[in-house]
Design a binder for this molecule. Structure first.
Ligand SMILES: Cc1cc2nc3c(=O)[nH]c(=O)nc-3n(C[C@H](O)[C@H](O)[C@H](O)COP(=O)(O)OP(=O)(O)OC[C@H]3O[C@@H](n4cnc5c(N)ncnc54)[C@H](O)[C@@H]3O)c2cc1C
Length: 486
């Protein structure tokens, strides 16, 4: 199985250097070794050129919102990755910065000795710019590989304005990609040459020491120039924890996902979004495990292409509902981020929503809170405060309440632009799964993206969909939730 060419993007014009000492996989977004097209592509290069394979997984401390919470989750993943590659035919080079800029020059120096560099093609946050800049600096070939979703990013040549239109597109296009899955273990049977040592110059300047921190003594983190006020959480990062969670979700919750997911008291969702965001588990892997649990095969697909939300996969209702979130909604955001540079700007809203919000920008608000008041959960509304407390304490918000959380920030901010800034800041700062294409799907959905106008027109919202805490409390089971996050 080769990596589909549609998933490979050549970033620069430089040729591979066949005299190099190794192939370099620069892991930036899909922080795992299994079910990963990027890593698989690097293994393909190493096999073709009969060269050793080196994997660089680096962690900077100067990226926006860097904190104990995010660092710990990523570092736990690095611990797993280090264990996973020991005794395998590839060298793992973990590097995390102790001070800002310490990693500068590391990639260039490692790649001076490489034949080719392969990296991850993630379409959001600072990563696209970082990869473009690296492409300019490297004097050997740099490839970025897309392992983001079941649908390759380049399989669609337009931006979709609704989940319905994207679902229709998926129902037409996805079947041909369902046989192109990444290998579970690209290193299985890979007889790659070993490397004795990494270049001296590199090791001396950037010693690859393995994570001098543990859950008991996070001494390593407190010395770093990152935000220590956003503390680490008990949700453990890494592929092992992600796979355990996936297993228990499929065994215990998938069957009733459709009926339980909206009720905060039932904890009926998977909790997989942080692992998807940091690439500790892959969407292909999740899909495969669900397909086997459902004893599903591709022949079962409904051949009608109607954009229907349920019934297309012909799986159980729980699995159908889950795949609609995991594939339709998740990949809708990847489509947007890969095609529009302004995906995080208010100008990217559909015309009707932007016009309406601006028209109502000066409307009186029943309450107006500052960023600080929102952050401290100091509103008049206990349900909203509970959601914010969950976000600040645990790095997550129940999905349904996340919609309400956003809608009320819009309602109680001075302007739509200020509401957008507050949502981006709080979501990306506190949520483990923030800084993701899904972050912008959710935040911009609050402002009308992927939605339609809803009558009647209301103050502040215009025809943008309105939500209230009162009706949420009427419809959903929230008693325990309110108790827990008081
Ligand atoms: C204001 C707002 C902000 C959001 N910010 C983020 C964010 O930063 N990161 C993030 O991953 N999701 C975000 N979402 C979407 C959604 O809330 C989360 O994906 C979901 O709650 C994650 O929990 P889970 O893994 O248990 O989801 P499950 O219900 O188990 O769903 C499985 C997976 O499907 C995808 N998914 C589920 N719901 C959505 C959705 N509505 N839109 C897109 N993909 C979805 C996620 O990858 C999720 O992990 C946001 C939604 C809103 C309204």
């Amino acid at each position: 199985m080769m990596v589909p060419p549609m998933r490979i993007r050549t970033v620069n014009q430089a040729p591979p250097d066949t005299n190099g000492r190794y192939v370099l996989y620069w892991m930036t977004a899909y922080r795992r070794f299994r079910w990963n097209f990027s890593f698989q592509r690097a293994v393909e290069w190493a096999k073709d050129l009969r060269k050793p394979l080196v994997v660089l997984e680096a962690l900077r401390c100067d990226y926006p919102w860097a904190s104990d919470r995010l660092h710990q989750f990523i570092l736990e993943g690095m611990v797993d990755n280090s264990a996973e590659l020991s005794n395998r035919p590839a060298v793992y080079f973990p590097f995390f910065e102790r001070e800002k800029g310490q990693g500068k020059g590391l990639l260039e120096n490692l790649s001076k000795y490489a034949c080719v560099v392969v990296t991850d093609d993630f379409p959001a946050f600072f990563l696209p710019n970082m990869i473009a800049a690296a492409g300019k600096r490297l004097s050997i070939k740099l490839e970025a590989v897309d392992s983001n979703g079941l649908l390759p990013l380049r399989a669609a040549d337009r931006v979709f304005s609704s989940a319905f239109s994207f679902r229709r597109f998926l129902q037409k296009e996805l079947p041909e990609h369902l046989s192109d899955f990444p290998l579970e273990d690209p290193l299985a049977n890979a007889d790659l040459p070993r490397i004795d040592s990494l270049p001296e110059e590199v090791v001396q300047n950037w010693p690859p020491d393995m994570v001098p921190f543990s859950r008991q003594g996070i001494g390593g983190l407190s010395a770093l120039p990152i935000d220590h006020s956003v503390q680490s959480v008990s949700t453990r990062g890494g592929t092992r924890a992600g796979e355990d969670l996936l297993r228990s979700f499929i065994e215990e919750k998938l069957r009733v996902y459709h009926s339980a997911r909206n009720h905060p008291d039932e904890e009926g969702t998977s909790g997989l979004s942080p692992y998807l965001h940091f690439g500790h588990v892959s969407v292909h892997q999740i899909f495969s495990k669900i397909a086997s649990a459902e004893k599903w095969s591709v022949e079962q697909l409904d051949s009608r292409v109607q954009g229907q939300r349920e019934g297309w996969w012909r799986m159980n209702p729980g699995a159908e509902a889950f795949l609609d979130e995991l594939i339709t909604w998740r990949e809708l955001g990847f489509n947007m981020c890969s095609k529009r540079k302004d995906y995080d700007q208010i100008t990217s809203l559909p015309g009707w929503a932007l016009e309406d919000l601006l028209k109502h920008s000066a409307d009186d608000r029943p309450y107006v809170y500052s960023m600080h008041e929102f952050e401290e959960a100091k509103t008049h509304d206990p349900l909203w405060n509970a959601a914010q407390i969950q976000l600040a304490m645990e790095g997550r918000i129940h999905n349904y309440l996340r919609m309400l959380w956003g809608k009320k920030i819009l309602h109680w901010s001075r302007s739509p632009q200020e509401a957008l800034d507050i949502m981006i800041e709080l979501n990306n700062r506190y949520a483990l799964d923030g800084r993701d294409p899904n972050s912008y799907t959710g935040i911009f959905w609050v402002l009308g993206r992927y939605d339609r106008p809803w009558a009647p027109s209301r103050p502040v919202f215009g025809k943008v969909r309105y939500m209230s805490s009162r009706s949420t409390m009427r419809k959903l089971k929230v008693a325990h939730y309110l108790q827990r996050y008081r």
